[in-house]
Design a protein around this ligand. Structure first.
Ligand SMILES: [Mg+2]
Length: 213
């Protein structure tokens, strides 16, 4: 995994300025999926199929129709769950449990990542659009659970996913975090726009694609 400063926020900063910016940070906030483990692990492919199956069952659609609906809700509401709640009035608990019931054993332990996170001075959190249980399973597999103070999940966010501003504000308020002393790590640049606007340092995390053979 390679983390680079997000140039949409650090744009124009030289290395010394960037280093000074991060020296002022004492709260480290990490997205979970495709940020703390490589995107190639592709846990979302499993979740994606579970969501499609849920929609198929709910509306009595074919796999193809369910897939289309799933993606349409994702685009319009930020998550398929939100679309299902608003358009079909489903309760979130059963949905969240069903779609996160996946094989977490494909996540490989990452002692190097653990050692790096341990060196970050201050408080450390996971902030995810998934569930706490899912985050805990992933963190346990990675071997990094003990390095984090807490997980802020989609239930804590009142089911309002990132990048809704209210969700970041709720998390920051609840944990007593001054955003100007915090850094946010994310694989989706759209989820870094609000943190940047709130004064956080932002880091876009990306994976170099595996070389072709
Ligand atoms: Mg992510």
């Amino acid at each position: 995994m390679i983390a680079g400063p997000n140039r949409t926020t650090g744009g124009g900063m030289d290395e010394a300025a960037l280093a000074a910016r991060f020296r002022a940070v004492d709260v480290w906030i990490f997205d979970l999926d495709n940020t703390l483990y490589p995107a190639a692990t592709d846990l979302f492919a499993q979740v994606d199929v579970k969501i499609r199956d849920y929609v198929m069952e709910l509306v009595g659609a074919t796999a193809e129709e369910a897939h289309r609906l799933q993606k349409d809700y994702y685009r319009r509401y930020g998550t398929t769950l939100r679309g299902l709640m608003l358009e079909h009035g489903i309760s979130p608990d059963g949905f969240l449990e069903y779609v996160h019931d996946i094989d977490h054993s494909v996540v490989a332990p990452d002692p190097h990542l653990g050692a790096m996170i341990e060196r970050l001075p201050g408080r450390r959190f996971i902030m995810t659009n998934g569930t706490r249980r899912h985050a805990e399973k992933v963190a346990d597999r990675l071997g990094i659970t003990r390095h984090f103070e807490d997980v802020f999940d989609i239930v804590a966010a009142d089911l309002l996913p990132k990048p809704h501003r209210a969700t970041y504000e709720k998390f920051l308020g609840q944990a007593g975090i001054d955003p100007t002393r915090a850094a946010m790590f994310e694989d989706l640049s759209r989820n870094l726009e609000v943190p940047d606007a709130l004064g956080m340092a932002t880091v876009l995390v990306w994976c170099r694609p595996a070389p072709r053979r």
